[in-house]
Design a protein around this ligand. Structure first.
Ligand code: ZN
Ligand code: ZN
Length: 353
């Protein structure tokens, strides 16, 4: 006997989200049932809902992949979690577990395709539905522990935005002495500043204008420059060991590469729709690398949460009710949020106003 829980979903690409219900399967031996407390709103939720990544795989589609909640039921063979544990789910809920990347513990790069938390094909053939809902059932291996010292609402964005910036910073071994630049001060970027700073790096924000400069410095940045000012690029040439670009718009890749020091790297975490061009001379100079990154593994997500608990890092977030999701989507698209919306999941049971 599966159960139906209250949720908010998109009936068709580009339409507003509406109250709906979503079916949650009965627990398998390794499944846990989680009562969701909070779910963050990520730019990708909006892309999916608007059909930017293709037609909706199911109607209605329930987005949401920054989930924090409490385990209320465990399958017979669950060993990793107990009833009452505070836990999180991020972008993926399964992978093949057999390919080279899965065996290396890098299941976000599963060669057979990981299962996204929503809009993904689950093993029983159903389409997964995400965290804009009251409860979710998931395999225990893709559920992480959220330390009790973290505020659960502002910890929710760590499950996508947090791991997406933590993973490259950790992989390229940022630490004391590293000179790091974060491009864009949005949901990803503001966590990039906090986490890079907590890792001991000297952190610079590169933003279009100086509009958020005060905020950037308050979040921990040491320096803040406007990319709209051409002198920024001449003044900072060859400066950074690592530049993390969190912006999803097209940028002048060569201009950013010119800021990378010897053996440094420019990493794209944002996803521009258009192909980006790069002049190979920009790479030859200083033996630079141009790389990409996609969220992080489950092991690394746990490591990130523990790191954030140790250093007191959470997102700056604005708590909203379910009925405000559509307005919040519009405000995210207008960059009118500092810096992440988080939905109070107890309001999914309340009819929209
Ligand atoms: Zn996301
Ligand atoms: Zn795999």
């Amino acid at each position: 006997m599966s159960t139906f829980v209250n949720a908010y979903g998109v009936p068709a690409a580009g339409e507003p989200l509406v109250p709906t219900t979503v079916e949650r399967r009965d627990l398998g031996p390794h499944d846990v049932r989680i009562d969701i407390m909070y779910c963050g709103i990520c730019h990708s939720d909006i892309h999916f809902a608007r059909g930017d990544f293709g037609p909706l795989p199911v109607s209605p589609l329930v987005p949401g992949h920054e989930i924090v909640g409490i385990i209320v039921e465990t399958g017979a063979e669950v060993t990793r979690h107990q009833i009452g544990d505070r836990v999180g789910i991020g972008c993926m809920v399964n992978s093949c577990r057999e390919c080279a990347n899965c065996l290396d513990g890098e299941e976000q790069y599963c060669l057979n395709g990981h299962t996204l938390v929503f809009g993904g094909a689950d093993r029983d053939g159903s389409i997964t539905q995400g965290g804009f809902s009251e409860a979710i059932v998931a395999n225990e291996d893709f559920v992480v522990h959220v330390p009790e010292t973290l505020d659960p609402a502002s910890a929710a964005p760590l499950l996508c935005a947090g791991i997406t910036v933590y993973s490259p910073l950790a992989h390229w071994k940022v630490g004391p002495g590293s000179k790091v630049a974060i491009v864009g001060l949005g949901g990803l970027g503001h966590l990039g500043v906090k986490i890079a700073k907590a890792m001991g790096a000297e952190v610079t924000v590169l933003s279009q204008s100086l509009r958020k400069k005060e905020d950037g410095l308050r979040l921990g940045a040491d320096h803040y420059y406007a990319t709209g000012d051409p002198e920024t690029f001449s003044g900072l040439a060859n400066r950074f060991d690592l530049i993390l670009n969190t912006v999803s718009a097209s940028v002048d890749v060569d201009a950013y590469l010119s800021l990378v020091a010897r053996d440094g790297v420019l990493i794209n975490a944002g996803v521009p729709v258009e192909p980006q061009s790069v002049n190979v001379f920009s790479l030859l100079t200083n033996r630079r690398s141009y790389a990409g990154t996609q969220f992080g593994s489950i092991r690394e997500t746990q490591e990130m949460l523990d790191f954030c608990a140790e250093h007191g890092v959470t997102a700056d977030s604005e708590l909203i009710n379910a009925s405000q999701i559509n307005e919040a989507f519009d405000r995210v698209l207008a960059s009118d949020v500092r810096y992440r919306f988080v939905i109070d999941a107890s309001t999914f049971s309340t009819p929209a106003a």
